[in-house]
Design a protein around this ligand. Structure first.
Ligand code: ZN
Length: 242
């Protein structure tokens, strides 16, 4: 039986929620999961108790409005997820941190065949990249987002964007392209791309409309993911395996 998400209907809280109410909502959610959802999916969780075999790694922003399992209708065990501010992938060697570790583990230990990097509309990190003075009191975020600096430069020097909104949208796409480039500097990724055993994807998810646009490396542009063919960001394999 396919896994069913039984989430309590989503409602943006208006900021009037007290800390106590917020915690209660989370704990109530857990109780609902434990008592109502889990018993219906016991088989699945039993299977997952001792092994995982995710079909893809999914790198996206920490933003609360982007829910990888929801937008891909995935079950527990399906996606190996890494979330961070700005869906950033530091280039190999600069930072032996969480993202790099997760990539290496996903590729080498879990043998994932796909890595998706997914940006999104209205991204606070992208807005901050365009407005660096907003980060003066956040030195850690500022340092982290230098990995997105390349996208800002590409946009500043190439885009004839006419509005702030357009600049933000183009930057969000360029950031995904930049992070795909960084992803390819990781030896585990580079090697499996060369042998045709790994496929990489760059997506941008629109919160308001649910549309996803995917990067087509051959065309150099983003196309709807639900179009006729799935746009691919994977370079040609140089050592294809039989
Ligand atoms: Zn974001």
């Amino acid at each position: 039986m396919p896994y069913k998400h039984q989430v309590i209907p989503l409602k943006a809280h208006e900021g009037s929620e007290t800390a106590e109410q917020a915690l209660k909502r989370i704990v109530d959610g857990f109780k609902h999961f434990r008592n109502e959802v889990f018993p219906q999916q016991e088989e699945l969780f039993k299977k997952l108790a001792t092994a995982q075999n995710p079909r893809a790694m999914f790198i996206t922003c920490a933003d609360s409005r982007v829910v990888p399992e929801l937008i891909t209708q995935s079950s527990p065990g399906d996606l190996f997820v890494n979330r961070n501010v700005g869906n950033v992938v530091p280039p190999y060697g600069q930072m032996m941190g969480g993202v790099s570790t997760a990539i290496e583990y996903a590729v080498m230990a879990l043998d994932v065949q796909h890595i998706v990097i997914c940006g999104h509309s209205d991204c606070g990190a992208m807005k901050a990249v365009l407005n660096p003075q907003s980060l003066e009191t956040m030195p850690t975020v500022k340092a982290w987002l230098r990995h997105a600096e390349v996208a800002r430069t590409v946009v500043a020097e190439n885009c004839t964007c006419s509005t702030d909104q357009e600049t933000l949208e183009v930057l969000t796409e360029e950031n995904v392209v930049a992070q795909l480039d960084h992803l390819r500097t990781h030896p585990s990724v580079a090697s499996r791309l060369a042998s045709g055993q790994l496929f990489i994807h760059g997506w941008v998810y629109d919160i308001e409309t649910s549309q996803i646009k995917a990067y087509d490396a051959e065309l150099g542009s983003f196309l709807p993911l639900d179009g006729e063919k799935v746009p691919m960001a994977t370079p040609r394999a140089r050592y294809p395996q039989g």
